[in-house]
Each structure stands twice: as structure tokens, then as C-alpha cells.
Design a binder for this molecule. Structure first.
Ligand SMILES: NC(=O)C1=CN([C@@H]2O[C@H](COP(=O)(O)OP(=O)(O)OC[C@H]3O[C@@H](n4cnc5c(N)ncnc54)[C@H](OP(=O)(O)O)[C@@H]3O)[C@@H](O)[C@H]2O)C=CC1
Ligand SMILES: O=C(O)C1=N[C@H](C(=O)O)C[C@H](O)C1
Length: 238
């Protein structure tokens, strides 16, 4: 499979290593120094684009792929206010677009567990729920995309919470997401239900970027012949 990497930073490099190990060709690596090279790519020389860049770059990268008939998956966080525009374009052009805030299989099981726990805890309003996410200090956005997905999963079920906020403390109606930045941490997310007498916690700890990268390559292999707007629920059949 011919893969175009849009974004060749920490994730682009981790994805390249796994893609090569799985027998794929990397036909382009785009970063801020060679942005114009994206124009060399089209549906005849590229099977799929894997986009892990930065919040202000994702929209244009994905738009290019859809305009040029290249199936695209993106993992970039912090740009989702424009995702609906991409989905409209994808429908108009009958293209292929896949998005996940986290490509790790373990995190997607954790998303499911989070919703199951939120459903269970609904009847016990003596517990307050909050989220903590810890990432490396180079991360450009906060809260993490994964923490937002976790918050949306809780808000769907927890009647006492009205919205998430990205501060260490909030009112009873706020679902607090506390973002902590520490050197080299690949990504740790904790959901904590606290009462006066005890706490219940679930936690996902990424040991490296390998899980995100392997998930992205596996999705790319699956996506290349698909059409439409897809996500991890379609891929994992969860
Ligand atoms: N969904 C998931 O599973 C995961 C998502 N992420 C997300 O992926 C994104 C990238 O993470 P990470 O690799 O750690 O970040 P890095 O900062 O290490 O890499 C970002 C790369 O994007 C490049 N870039 C900047 N502008 C453009 C552009 N217009 N087109 C193409 N590339 C561009 C940068 O180029 P240059 O080096 O020249 O500045 C850099 O190489 C983040 O949003 C992060 O949150 C991360 C891990 C997992
Ligand atoms: O920037 C990162 O590194 C990560 N970003 C994603 C996010 O914002 O959730 C996924 C992962 O946690 C690593």
C-alpha cells in the first residue's frame, strides 16, 4: 500500500516504522518545510493518507485529500470545530474520511468501559466524577482529544453534569478535565468517581506511541477500499 504521511513529527515517524514493518511504502512525508510537495500526490500514486500534524494544519491537509480522491485518516487533535465542514465536503465528493481522537485499541476499549461505568454510576449521586489527563510538554492542545471523547461519553449518561471544563476545579454541574503536562509522558487518562467514603478510578496508561501508530496503520489498511465517513466504532465493530 502506498501511504502519504501528512505530518512527520513524533507520530509520523512512529507510523512510518510500523508501516514499513508491515510491508507498506511511504510515498511522501509532509511537514512544515515541504508543504508544497503535497501537490505531487493523487489517487493514482497514493492509496491512503495518514494525517498527524497540528491543530491549524489538519483541515487543509484533509481537504486536499478529499478534493484529490485520496482516502484520509486523521488523528490530529484540537481542530474539531471544523470537522463538520470536512464531513460535508466528504459527502459532496463521495470521498473517504476517518477520524479518531485516539487510535490505540486499548483506549477504545477504555472508551467503552468509561460509558459502561458512567451508566452504572448514574444512580449514585453521592459520587462526583472528574477526568485527569497527563501528556508530554510538547503537546500543543489542551485538553487532549482523548479526554474530550471521555468527557462526551460521561456527559451522555451523567445527568448531574451539564458541560466539561478544562480547569482543575469547577462547580457541581461542571465535568472537570484537569490537564497536566510532564516531560515525555505519551498519554495517561484517569476517570475518578469520588465520594466521602471512597473513590472508584479507571485509568489508561500508554507506555509509548506504538499503540497509537499501530492502530493508525491497521485502520489505513482497512480504510483504503472504503467510502464515506467512518470511525473506530466501524473499524472495531464495538
Ligand atoms: N489520535 C491519536 O491516536 C493521536 C493523536 N495525536 C495527535 O497528533 C498530532 C501530532 O502529534 P505529534 O506527532 O506528537 O506532534 P509533532 O509536533 O511531533 O509533529 C507534528 C508535525 O506536523 C508537522 N506540520 C506542521 N504543519 C504542517 C502542515 N501544514 N502539514 C503537514 N505537516 C505539518 C510538523 O512539521 P515541523 O516538524 O516541520 O514543524 C511536525 O512534523 C497532535 O495533534 C496530537 O495530539 C498524537 C498521538 C496519538
Ligand atoms: O499529543 C499527543 O501526544 C496525544 N494526543 C492525543 C490526544 O490529544 O488525545 C492522543 C494521545 O493521548 C497522545
Amino acid at each position: 500500500m502506498n501511504i502519504l504521511l501528512l505530518g512527520y513529527g513524533k507520530m509520523g515517524r512512529a507510523i512510518e516504522a510500523i508501516a514499513i514493518e508491515r510491508g507498506h511504502n511511504i510515498v511522501g512525508k509532509i511537514n512544515e518545510n515541504n508543504l508544497n510537495d503535497i501537490k505531487k500526490h493523487n489517487s493514482t500514486n497514493t492509496d491512503v493518507a495518514i494525517e498527524f500534524s497540528q491543530p491549524d494544519a489538519a483541515f487543509d491537509n484533509i481537504k486536499y485529500c478529499i478534493d484529490n480522491g485520496i482516502p484520509a485518516l486523521s488523528g490530529t487533535t484540537g481542530w474539531l470545530d471544523k470537522k463538520a465542514n470536512i464531513e460535508t465536503l466528504c459527502k459532496q465528493k463521495e470521498g473517504t474520511f476517518f477520524y479518531a481522537s485516539n487510535y490505540s485499541i486499548g483506549v477504545n476499549l477504555f472508551f467503552k468501559l468509561n460509558e459502561q461505568l458512567a451508566t452504572l454510576m448514574k444512580a449514585f449521586d453521592e459520587y462526583n466524577v472528574d477526568i485527569e489527563e497527563i501528556h508530554h510538554t510538547e503537546k500543543k492542545d489542551a485538553p487532549s482529544g482523548t479526554a474530550i471523547t471521555l468527557a462526551e461519553g460521561i456527559l451522555k449518561h451523567a445527568t448531574g453534569k451539564k458541560q466539561w471544563i478544562n480547569k482543575p476545579y469547577g462547580s457541581k454541574e461542571d465535568l472537570v478535565i484537569n490537564s497536566i503536562r510532564e516531560d515525555k509522558v505519551p498519554g495517561t487518562h484517569t476517570i475518578k468517581y469520588s465520594s466521602a467514603v471512597d473513590d472508584i478510578e479507571i485509568k489508561h496508561t500508554a507506555h509509548s506511541r506504538e499503540g497509537f501508530a499501530k492502530g493508525a496503520v491497521m485502520v489505513a489498511e482497512w480504510l483504503k477500499d472504503k467510502k464515506g465517513i467512518l470511525d473506530m466504532k466501524d473499524f472495531l465493530k464495538l
